[in-house]
Design a protein around this ligand. Structure first.
Ligand code: SAH
Length: 396
């Protein structure tokens, strides 16, 4: 088989040399050969000089995903194995921490495994294959994960919408071993969480907030806490342990709230928790009308902007909930506000929160700037891997 060669247009090789892992279709001058989706391809600059190994994504705007910049390191099972080992090694401190048994083991491009996400939940692994380059290598990936980690089971959760852009259908189910039918019980910061590998959001939990849950909890002693976009109660459990006086939690998903209640029980939580099944935008307005007041408000919404066209509308959404939340805080109260939209930079997010503070007529101090937990590392040559930002503010 002759190797498919991709030749870039003149001047379009800089990002590749700087090890950015995406090549857009517009940067490609010529394709020699007929790559199938997921096939390994060689990338060369306009003068023919070899640059990198990538995988072909024929239906995506990101036409080639780069895996390796060493000509003697093509995309083989050996490369997969060494990258998976490197990712595991990078989480050694977490693996040794008995208080946390759920964390991200492999974070896609950041671990130089484009499109592969693996989360550890106790003795089981949840796997997402988000690019066709990763999807066609799934058998090898599963085998290597099983060899390296000896999990009880590996469950695939490739149900994210981004797969459609890669021409992939959803793919879900048990890929290796077994998973307990009754669900899993995992620890995060020594708190118990029930995980439903098959039906939970994302791969089961929002692991990227692990560190921030502790940071926010540090302000919750004796506080009336409002947790918006509660999901399964991660922030509430940490707040309760830190001595919150009472907690109100809002989420639109009744399944998530039911799991949150179960999680409160698992941890023998005695703090009064009021759950509201509803839309945060509407509930905050209702609370404003009722003149409710809180000491700590957490805003952890889902991704509001999935593409560039949605950024403006997303900013209006962020401003709306932040403005409403500021109005519900007692003077000196704490606002922990997050955005997980990668397309909204930390700068832009701060400007949006600033806009909300002006309209609210409140003085807002940033006490801490937060980001994603370290098991979701940001690769310097791939700034797109930085997506979660948070501001921990005092609102006067
Ligand atoms: N804070 C959570 C994660 C939040 S994920 C944690 O720490 O685990 C976002 C959550 O927002 C999801 O549970 C989703 O069901 C909920 N959600 C999405 N849009 C909503 C809306 N408009 N009103 C209320 N909840 C919403």
């Amino acid at each position: 088989m002759t190797q498919v060669q991709i030749t870039l247009k003149p001047g379009r090789d800089k990002a590749v040399r700087q090890r950015h892992p995406w090549i857009f279709s517009g940067a490609i001058a010529r394709v020699d050969g007929q790559p199938l989706d997921g096939d390994a391809v060689s990338v060369r600059d306009a003068s023919g000089k070899w640059l990198a190994w990538g995988s072909w994504s024929g239906s995506s705007q990101i036409r080639v995903r780069l895996w390796s910049w060493a000509e003697d390191e093509p995309i083989t099972d050996e490369l997969l194995q060494s990258r998976i080992r490197r990712a595991i090694q990078g989480r050694a401190a977490l693996a040794a921490d008995p208080q946390t048994t759920a964390y991200r083991l492999i974070f896609s491009e950041s671990d130089r495994l484009p499109g592969l996400i693996v989360d550890r939940y106790g003795d089981c692994l949840a796997m997402q294959l988000l690019t066709v380059g990763a999807a066609v290598r799934s058998d090898a990936i599963v085998r290597i994960l099983a060899e390296e980690l000896q999990p009880q089971g590996i469950y695939e959760r490739s149900d994210a919408e981004v797969r459609a852009k890669e021409g992939l259908e959803r793919s879900e189910g048990l890929r290796w071993g077994s998973v307990p039918a009754e669900g899993l019980d995992v620890l995060e910061n020594d708190l118990h969480f029930g995980i439903d590998l098959a039906a939970g959001q994302k791969t089961g939990a929002y692991l990227d907030q692990r560190v921030n849950r502790e940071r926010v909890a540090a302000y919750c002693g004796g506080a009336d806490v409002l947790s918006c976009f509660s999901y399964t109660g991660g922030f509430e459990l940490h707040a309760a342990r830190a001595g919150a006086e009472q907690i109100t939690a809002i989420d639109s998903s009744t399944d998530a709230l039911a799991q949150a209640l179960e999680n409160l029980r698992r941890n023998q939580c005695i703090t009064p928790v009021e759950q509201i099944a509803g839309n945060v935008f509407g509930e905050l307005r209702r609370m404003r009308a009722e003149e409710r007041r809180f000491d700590v408000i957490i805003l952890d919404p889902p991704k509001f902007a999935a593409n560039a066209a949605q950024v403006e509308r997303a900013c209006r959404g962020y401003k709306d909930i932040n403005l409403l939340a500021m109005g519900l805080l007692r003077p000196g109260g704490i606002l922990a506000t997050f955005s997980c939209s990668g397309l909204i930079s930390a700068d832009l997010f701060q400007k949006v929160v600033f806009g909300a503070s002006v309209d609210a007529g409140r003085d807002v101090q940033i006490l801490e700037q937060l980001s994603q937990a370290p098991d979701h590392p940001v690769l310097l040559s791939f700034p797109e891997s930085s997506y979660l930002k948070g501001l921990l503010c005092r609102v006067w």
